[in-house]
Design a protein around this ligand. Structure first.
Ligand SMILES: Cc1ncc(COP(=O)(O)O)c(C=O)c1O
Length: 384
């Protein structure tokens, strides 16, 4: 049974409603226990762990995630997070002056910052694809085509957009970018465990996804897929013993660090499968529909197309919203009412973003709606 009955598996504060799993994740008991078992193995004989076990255990975990997400195990490496993975891919591209990088306007802000810094350092040029809060596959395709030219070397696309929760039709966009001669890197930070994945079949050069969000893995666990053609150039940003040893070996030991989150990824996949991927998706989808029925009555507009477990609504405002409005809105509902959601301002619209997870049920949504109806938000249109 999904919903409030699963809440005891998590350490989440009991007197609160959590509707923002997607930002930082939450780890259920069986996965926390799996990580503790790995920590105990490390503590029992650190030499054996760091001289032998780490390599076999990391590869076994990669095989398990590969089977779950549709990629050969030896095409996958572990990194702490998407932010670090972006640095790896930007480094592998060896940009020079005049090369062009294409990015969506709603790309994650840390990713945009990394691309801006790369452009400053190398003389590469950023081209931004404009998007809107209601998109179609054709709209994305047109925007991408308009940004491509013979200088385009890298197209970096979100699979699920962080601030807007939009699901980007990468199956359509990857072939367009490849046909233009560009390398393609997909930022699927929110994908693993939320979307059914067949990573290798997408045809991208790189695909990255966090396990510590929707796969319930402990934090600091991200996967990078690299297509065979790009493996020779893909190296960790930190140089360690095995830097020259080729892919994936060069990523399997990058100095002494806690890799137990990487090794618990298999347990995250087991946890999802024990509950049933389709059952989880149906639960999340039903909660989004429940929220949408109430929010649309309040004049809010669902941003589309949205992901199966993550959705955002544009709230009616008398004036353009900015980042301060979004922070104040999110802060007030946590500080005063112990309800955690995410909020962002995009194109002057105030967005309410909900992550719907196995531990949520309709009572969580109903409480949020009741508070929104009574207390509203700064800049709200009277009577909405
Ligand atoms: C689309 C996207 N890219 C990148 C990131 C960064 O992930 P991390 O904090 O794990 O580096 C996030 C985090 O939410 C994201 O949503």
């Amino acid at each position: 049974m999904l919903g409030a009955t699963t809440r005891d598996l998590f350490l989440l504060q009991q007197d609160a409603v959590f509707l923002n799993h997607g930002s930082f994740g939450a780890v259920p008991k069986p996965v926390r226990e799996a990580q503790q078992r790995w920590r105990d193995i490390v503590e029992t004989q650190p030499d054996v762990f760091f001289r032998e076990t780490i390599y076999t255990a990391t590869r076994a975990s990669a095989e398990r995630i590969g089977a779950f997400a549709g990629a050969p195990g030896d095409s996958l490496v572990f990194l702490p997070n998407v932010t670090e993975t972006v640095a790896v891919v930007l480094d592998a591209m060896r940009f020079k002056r005049g090369d062009e990088i294409v990015l969506l306007d709603v790309a994650y802000s840390a990713v945009r910052r990394a691309v801006d810094v790369t452009c400053q350092r190398t003389g590469a040029v950023l081209r931004v694809v404009p998007t809107a809060l209601q998109m179609t596959p054709e709209g994305y395709a047109e925007g991408l085509r308009a940004a491509l030219n013979p200088n385009t070397r890298l197209v970096l696309l979100d699979h699920i957009v962080s601030p807007t929760a939009q699901l980007v039709p990468i199956e359509t966009l990857v072939p367009i970018a490849k046909a233009a001669g560009a390398r393609v890197f997909i930022d699927g930070a929110h994908a693993l465990g939320q979307l059914p994945l067949n990573i290798a079949a997408l045809g991208a050069d790189w695909y990255t996804t966090n396990a510590h969000k929707w796969l319930f893995t402990p934090r600091g666990c991200c996967i990078l897929y690299t297509a065979p053609e790009m493996q020779e150039l893909t190296r960790p940003v930190i140089v360690s013993h095995y830097y020259m040893d080729g892919y994936p070996r060069c990523f399997d030991y990058v100095g002494t660090r806690d890799v137990t989150a990487y090794l618990s990824a298999a347990d995250g996949a087991d946890f999802v499968e024990s509950l049933g991927f389709d059952a989880i998706t149906a639960h999340r989808t039903a909660l989004i529909a429940h929220a949408d029925a109430a929010l649309s009555q309040m004049g809010a507009t669902l941003v589309t197309p949205h992901a199966p477990g993550l959705a955002a609504w544009a709230l009616p405002m008398t004036r353009p919203a900015d980042a301060i409005d979004a922070r104040a809105f999110m802060g007030m509902y946590w500080n005063d009412y112990r309800i955690q959601f995410a909020s962002n301002a995009v194109d002057g619209r105030l967005l309410l973003r909900l992550s719907l997870q196995i531990y949520n049920d309709t009572a969580d949504i109903d409480l949020l709606i009741e508070k929104l109806q009574r207390l509203g938000w700064a800049g709200q249109i009277e009577g909405t």
